[in-house]
Design a protein around this ligand. Structure first.
Ligand SMILES: [Zn+2]
Length: 231
């Protein structure tokens, strides 16, 4: 599964994929690195892991931004390591992961994507073992990042990653470029603009969405206003 790196700041990378127009993330410190989301299945996860190893040999931790299948079914490729998420993300992966696997495998099959369906069907489901409730600092060596739950929005357990020394935020699916934000049955649309205000309050130079190309704060502000209008 091929992807391409976009270096959005020094040691801060977005990994772009054609499938689902998805974007995974990497923040590299002096002693550790942090991988943001793990992809649609173990093959995807393994290709991300190999791409990370092309950038850095440092030990990694993994953060899962939320419990939608394309963000966590690649986690097994990164083990053993600590896998961090909001506590309700862990609950949702355990409660709903197998249903998502069945639904998306069926969808891939009916779209004629048999190989992709098989990969998802055989991926190991890994529940995050380290949970956060509001926010937590992570020291990567010479660089500290913050994992923040901004309240209910795209789901009730989204986590974004702030890299303050680089003015970068990895937003997960709180922000989407190239398509409107995806508001499924588990979204909290009326609360979503306030979650984006939490990101905007950090004055980010670059915001990396869960799908699409990196954007600026003005893009996020427009998306916030659109969500506020449609709620
Ligand atoms: Zn999502």
């Amino acid at each position: 599964m091929s992807g391409r790196w976009v270096e959005v700041a020094q040691g801060v990378y977005a990994r772009r994929y054609v499938e689902l127009d998805q974007t995974l993330g990497l923040v590299v410190g002096d002693t550790h690195c942090l991988v943001i989301d793990t992809g649609t299945d173990e093959v995807h996860g393994a290709s991300m892991a190999a791409a990370v190893r092309f950038v850095t040999p440092l030990p990694w931790s993994v953060v899962i931004t939320h419990a939608h299948f394309d963000h966590f079914f690649g986690t097994a490729a990164f083990l053993p390591t600590s896998v961090i998420a909001h506590e309700r993300c862990r609950t949702a992966i355990l409660a709903d992961g197998e249903r998502q696997r069945r639904a998306w495998s069926a969808r891939y099959r009916s779209d004629g994507k048999a190989e992709q369906a098989e990969r998802l069907a055989s991926a190991k489901l890994v529940a995050p073992m380290e949970v956060i409730t509001s926010s937590v600092l992570m020291d990567l060596g010479g660089r500290t990042v913050t994992l923040v739950h901004p309240g209910p929005a795209h789901t009730d357990h989204d986590v974004f990653v702030h890299v303050p020394d680089a003015d970068v935020v990895f937003a997960g699916d709180l922000v989407e470029q190239g398509a409107p934000p995806s508001a499924g049955p588990d979204a909290h649309v009326s609360d979503w603009p306030a979650a984006l205000d939490r990101i905007l309050a950090l004055n980010p130079a670059v915001v990396v969405p869960g799908h699409g190309d990196p954007v600026d704060a003005a893009f996020v502000r427009r998306q916030r206003d659109e969500l506020a209008r449609t709620r």
